[in-house]
Design a protein around this ligand. Sequence first.
Ligand code: FES
Ligand code: FES
Length: 151
Amino acid sequence: MQLRINGKTEQIEDIDNDTPLLWVLRERLGLLGTKYGCGIGQCGACTVLIDGEPISSCLVRVADLAGRQIETIEGLSNGQDLHPVQQAWIDEQVPQCGYCQSGQIMTTVALLRRKPRPSQKEVEQALSRVLCRCGSYPRILSAIRKLSQEG
Ligand code: FES
Ligand code: FES
């Protein structure tokens, strides 16, 4: 099976069609930035972009991904240059334990691509799909506000 991940074609051998994408990313490809939280689509820690949409990768069967573009946190930076959302996360010191942050960042990237200046309600709606037990939401909001002003 072939998957398009971060702009590259990855060949995945001997894989069951029902294997969730999250397992392939972490166990087969070593892309450990995407986190395993609940495994049942409730926490958003495993969020990646599929054709630009934020999706919980624990819920997606690899067999359903032929020809689709998958983006993970590892694909955001360009060599040494961080993606603007990653830089804003550092500037605002968003993460605490960090476990949810890959999902938060990928969700934010998708939101700002679609809507560079989202309303408060749109931001809250987007963020509601990724849970943060450490309460980093105020700093996430401030990072997004800063990015919206720059965008
Ligand atoms: S691990 Fe996928 S939604 Fe929680
Ligand atoms: S930073 Fe710890 S769960 Fe979000």
